[in-house]
Design a protein around this ligand. Sequence first.
Ligand code: SAM
Length: 217
Amino acid sequence: MDEFEIRRDRMVTEQIQRRGITKTAVLEAMRAVPRHFFVPRELRENAYSDNPLPIGSGQTISQPYIVAYMTSLLDLKGNEKVLEVGTGSGYQAAILSLLAGQVHTTELIPDLAARSAETLRDLGYDNVIVHQSDGSLGWEPCAPYDAILVTASAPKVPAPLLEQLTPEGRLVLPVGSRGMQWLELWQQKNGGWQPEVMLPVAFVPLRGAHGWSNWED
Ligand code: SAM
């Protein structure tokens, strides 16, 4: 094992398993994806620490535990078509790519979309397609999705995302105020979409048509 693999293994044991994530496939994916290639070069030494990190353009790569927790909630079996909103560094998309059949991921900021697409391609995550677009509208051309994961916080659940899910689909997203949100899991129950409130979190804002309008505040 190289030094980064050792740190990654420790990250999974101490930050993720110890906090109660038990799904073997999720733990294996978190052990497999080299997170240090998704952070800026000068932050590689911190890639496996227990916190989010800046990735440029005022955005962040999420804390490893939150990535694992959100991924776990999707309950993927291996063949699903998944949409991620908020590609950022591409790290979460890489994790999803090991657990699903195909991953579409949308990023609003052109520079981040281009960089993450390059990183994912260089590392061989060939079942991930990066779209530079407003993901608060979902990604209509490839809908419906078995699962949708939003990694930026919304004022309320964007209607297009529910419309682009299969009837058995799952949507995981942070919803709340600008400073603090709750992670919600949406599924159809008794013929309608219902949220289950899971965990308090703090994400950067979702922008675009169904996001925060005054996001530069
Ligand atoms: N999943 C990312 C990763 O693994 O690095 C972290 C995402 S970061 C917490 C949130 C991302 O959502 C930012 O890159 C931001 O530019 C993006 N974002 C915000 N609003 C968006 C929108 N309407 N459509 C697509 N991406 C958006």
